[in-house]
Structures are given as structure tokens and as C-alpha cells.
Design a protein around this ligand. Structure first.
Ligand SMILES: [Zn+2]
Ligand SMILES: [Zn+2]
Length: 282
């Protein structure tokens, strides 16, 4: 049922079909991206990131919380667009009364540009995506000390001595490790340009050929492969994970179409998040 891929240093498991359900677990970061399907192996993530309020991205949250209760896991931190936070919390409160069991979360309402620490070494930043309602993408990054350029030629011993003297030799550099942008127009790469050099970019590509026009793709707030190919040279990522394909394409056709249409330089870095054969799960 699960698709599992390797993208750069990250292992990504889950299911993603446009309009049906999307949930991706990034194991190394311990984060679940969207809660569109409740599977046992996805329920353990302590950090859940909701891109927007559509049912195929948020609808399984309560089932995941139920599984966590069974596993005696603490309430997860749930990051979500600020505009939908109060209603989501109210819905969980009502469902808690229905089930006579508390579905509790640690809600983290987010707006574009907001940052939160996830661990001493890693943080997340929300960014605006362009869909039909309030929606966000998430960029995971590390802040690491880096020797200032003017000191880069100093021998190691002198660096150590200067550090001892208390000289300010380092500046803080951000390393953009992984970003998630789904249910969005492609102009997200212009409004959030650092997506283009984030190490691993998980990006939606709902439609792949002429059976769906670019105009109607845009009306739904999605990306068409045609427009992605026009910008292919802009992507500097180590790996690009394409996901959220329409079920109008059987999984094998998704692989075949992307292999045929993508230029070599893009194809070599592309990770197709779809089963390699057979039907879509479910
Ligand atoms: Zn969707
Ligand atoms: Zn949507």
C-alpha cells in the first residue's frame, strides 16, 4: 500500500493521489506531511504539517490521533495555516465528545514566514502556496556556524587561537534541507525562490499531458507538467520528488510519461512518488 522512495539522504513513505489522499512520512526528520490517509506506520510522527484544509490532506487527522491514543503516544504538534486552526480545533473537540475520548493536539497555527524549532538543530519555516483557499508549504532547515569568508584562509592553529581570544569568526548559515509544496500554482517557485536550491524538493505535479489543459489545472490551483518542463533549468535541487498525480493516469503511465517527457538533466534528479506498477492503492 505504501510507496517508499529515497530522495537525497531522506526516506519518504506514504500515499499521494490528487483529490483522494496525501500523507508522506519523512523518516529522518520524523515529520508527517499532510494527513489525508491514516496508516499505522504514519501515526508515530511527532510533528504533523497540514498544507491546507481539503479533505484529501486533512481528513484522516482524527483517525491518526485515534491510533496514537492506542499506541499511548503524546499529542503531536500539528502545524497548520492560521486561518483554519480554530475550526480544526473545534472539529476535534466535537469529535472527542462523539467518541468520548480526547483527540488532543498541540496546535501550531502558522502564517507565511513563521518559523518554529523542531529540535536543537532543525527548524521549519512556513511559506505561502497558491491554491483555492488558505494554504502553506513548509521548508525544513538547519542553522550551522560557518567561518566568515575573510577568515577562510587562516591556518587551523590561528583559528583556534583567535577563538580562544573570543574573536567573532563565524556567521550562521541556513541549510535548506527539504521543502514541501503541494496544491499550489507553480509560481510558488517565484514567491519562494529558495525552493529551487533546497536540497530535496517535494512538489506536486497533478497533471501530465494534454488530457488536462493548463487553464483548468490552474483553476484547481495545481501544477501541470508542461509548465514545469518550461522551468526545468531553474531547479538546482539534489532531488525533486514529484507527487500528487491525478488518478486519471495509472501509476505505470506516470513513470512512463515522466521518463519520456523530462530532459535528462531533470530526469536524473527526479524521484517519482507513485507505485512502480499495478494500481493506485485503495
Ligand atoms: Zn490535494
Ligand atoms: Zn487542495
Amino acid at each position: 500500500m505504501l510507496t517508499t522512495v529515497k530522495a537525497g539522504p531522506y526516506t519518504i513513505s506514504g500515499v499521494s493521489i490528487a483529490g483522494i489522499h496525501t500523507s508522506l512520512l519523512v523518516r529522518e526528520l520524523g515529520v508527517l506531511l499532510d494527513a489525508g490517509i491514516a496508516l499505522r506506520s504514519l501515526a508515530g510522527a511527532q510533528h504533523v504539517f497540514l498544507s491546507h484544509g481539503h479533505a484529501d490532506h486533512l481528513g484522516a487527522l482524527v483517525s491518526l490521533l485515534g491510533m496514537r491514543g492506542l499506541m499511548r503516544l503524546p499529542p503531536p504538534r500539528v502545524f497548520l495555516p492560521a486561518e483554519i486552526a480554530a475550526n480544526t480545533e473545534q472539529a476535534l473537540a466535537l469529535l472527542s465528545r462523539v467518541q468520548r475520548h480526547e483527540f488532543s493536539i498541540r496546535s501550531e497555527p502558522m502564517s507565511p514566514g513563521d518559523e518554529r524549532a523542531l529540535s536543537p538543530s532543525s527548524s521549519v519555516r512556513a511559506f505561502r502556496t497558491h491554491h483555492t483557499g488558505p494554504s502553506l508549504g513548509y521548508q525544513f532547515f538547519q542553522r550551522v556556524p560557518k567561518l566568515k569568508r575573510e577568515f577562510s584562509d587562516l591556518p587551523g592553529r590561528e583559528i583556534a587561537e583567535r577563538r580562544k581570544r573570543g574573536d567573532d569568526l563565524f556567521e550562521i548559515e541556513e541549510r535548506h534541507e527539504l521543502a514541501y509544496a503541494t496544491d499550489t500554482l507553480l509560481r510558488v517557485i517565484d514567491t519562494m525562490p529558495s525552493l529551487l536550491d533546497t536540497r530535496v524538493l517535494i512538489l506536486e505535479c497533478s497533471f501530465l499531458d494534454e488530457r488536462k489543459s493548463i487553464e483548468s489545472t490552474h483553476a484547481g490551483g495545481h501544477i501541470h507538467l508542461d509548465e514545469l518542463l518550461e522551468r526545468a533549468d531553474d531547479f538546482q535541487n539534489e532531488a525533486i520528488v514529484l507527487m500528487h498525480f491525478s488518478q486519471m493516469y495509472p501509476p505505470e503511465e506516470v513513470h512512463r510519461t515522466l521518463a519520456r517527457r523530462c530532459p535528462k538533466a531533470l530526469w536524473e534528479r527526479l524521484v517519482v512518488f507513485a507505485p512502480s506498477k499495478g494500481h493506485w492503492p485503495g
